[in-house]
Design a protein around this ligand. Sequence first.
Ligand code: ASP
Length: 446
Amino acid sequence: MPIFAGSKSATMDKQLKVFKFGGASVKSADAIKHVGGILKSFAGDPLVIVVSAMGKTTNAMEEVVEAHAAQTGDAFQKLEKIKQEHYQIAQELCGDSEELFTLLNDIFVEVEWVLEEAPEDNYDYMYDQIVSIGELISTRIVAYYLQSIDLPVEWMDARDVVRTDNIFREGWVQWEETTERAQNKMLPILEGNKMLVTQGFIGSTSENFTTTLGREGSDYSAAIFSYCLDAESMTIWKDVPGVLTADPRKFDNVSKLDALSYREAIEMTYYGAKVIHPKTIKPLQNKNIPLRVKSFVDPKGSGTLISAEIEDNYPPMVAIESNQALVNISTRDFSFVAEHHMSFLFQTIADMRLQVNMMQNTAISFAISVNDVDDKVERFAEAIQENFQTRIERNLELITVRHFNRETLDGLREGKMLMLEERIRNTVQMVVKKVPALRRKDEEVA
Ligand code: ASP
């Protein structure tokens, strides 16, 4: 069945799939070879393959930006290290291919030019121009290697497709334009049953400046392509067997969920379940595109299927978002926090793109728990200071439990001071502070 009956893709005889491979799956030459092995079994299928920066490259690129901004003098050195690591992987996969090394060099040179100039005043703009090369480099290497093992691969610059607004580091997708460009630029290639390798995480403004979509945003990129091209399905290949009931690094006894509704997945990822980027699900849900989360270590494993199907028997699921700040707001003149105050506060929250995870109000106060990113909280307090007093508590955790039972909640509350709690139907949310447990000195523990 064609993807777009009656539209441009009506000539495509097979259904389009979108795959996303994250940093861990392309962190070394061996890892990339493994990806090649997985893709071999899909040769002949139209496929969009969204690839992240290799391993922890984005963190390393962030250090380059910081060094450049602070003029610490070692930005070039840091970039050189990243360059050598990538060249080494490229060499292992493709030998001394002059063509590939020229492509890579061209990308690195652009950043070197930026580093030669004085740092930009607009940090976020500078960040996007520099950090985005992680994805450009990784996709060049991956695409080149896949071609060398005879897969019908073409490389595409995601910035020619994903159009965002002008907010750097958190670009918002302009859907209409992005859809039009995806259909015009990607479909003709995919109709030849090709595999298109492109970058996650990046887009561009109407003036063609590079933007990024927010950290860990490659999942979201894959969802954008899936949506715009009406994909049959999307698959995220991960180093875990699927979506688990809690983060295995934080909890024992976690188990894999075989199926999950879009709604469950949105709720859990929004509140900190790190397995999928929170913005990923909505575009898929809007077009009813199923999402599979599968293990690249065990590609034959069943993974987790996220779709419109509603299960009614979920086990308790726990998501933890650390780095929460609780902002208590009250009026300076001790008046009630009234509608016009709320409207001003919400407008300021929106202008700053502050992610509010919980809120509670009383007659004279309003409390919000937000992700404590950079200096956003300080800037927010500053923006409202004329009329409002704020008290900020930091280093808190937001714990969200869906389908809770008593035992799970009791376990989670142990050793924690409860700052804010809310229960809505089957979900309990709490903002907590870790407090060291008091131990008796005068009694020996048996
Ligand atoms: N490379 C980007 C990051 O690490 C995007 C991604 O991997 O999803 O945030």
